[in-house]
Design a protein. Structure first.
Length: 196
């Protein structure tokens, strides 16, 4: 059974130094949905021209920093249990790397989080690959396919999610994926809007 280490980890100290603040110790901002917390969404209405260098420090940025320390890391999400504790799911390309999964979880979770269990899941891709593919898609896909309604990282599936307004747009999305060399199975393609 995994016992969280008390105190601030080395990766957390790097995050604090990079930001100049302790605000990075939480994993994203999400409303209490009574369930899973683990996706970052961008909709067609967002300003896509924001300079990535000046963009706010996001959960994707934090997970990429962890992935540099733990190369097998594929992502993390958590579920709130009825008693208020959390079950943490860590994607790893090497499921046997439990020490790496614990290091990633220690770096990404708040010290105040009460963890009842940590489960290691098989990641098809390291988080660094998924994040880079997502950046490429943001630059190319939104301009090429008008029918996209939302896109984002799905930490719960170790994939990128793309939503389109028309079924016929799926072929356009797959064409862009092929042109960019992004594996089709790294993308979860859905019709409609992102659902929480």
């Amino acid at each position: 059974m995994w016992k969280r280490r008390a105190g601030i980890t080395l990766a957390a100290l790097v995050l604090i130094a990079a930001l100049g603040t302790g605000a990075a110790l939480g994993i994203g901002q999400s409303a209490d949905r009574g369930g899973t917390q683990g996706d970052q969404v961008e909709s067609a209405s967002q300003d896509e021209t924001q300079d990535e260098v000046t963009a706010p420090f996001t959960p994707i940025d934090r997970m990429e920093m962890v992935a540099k320390e733990v190369p097998a890391f594929g992502g993390l999400f958590k579920d709130r249990n009825p008693d208020g504790s959390l079950t943490v799911y860590v994607y790893m390309t090497d499921e046997s790397d439990r020490a790496g999964a614990e290091k990633a979880a220690d770096a990404l979770l708040r010290d105040s989080d009460v963890i009842s269990e940590m489960k290691v899941l098989k990641a098809n891709y390291p988080f660094t690959d998924i994040a880079e593919w997502y950046r490429q898609l943001k630059r190319h896909l939104w301009a090429a396919v008008d029918e996209i309604t939302a896109s984002g990282m799905s930490y719960e599936t170790n994939q990128i999610r793309i939503y389109v307004s028309e079924y016929s747009a799926r072929a356009k999305v797959r064409q862009v994926l092929r042109e960019l060399g992004i594996p089709v199975d790294a993308v979860l393609l859905r019709n409609g809007q992102w659902s929480f």
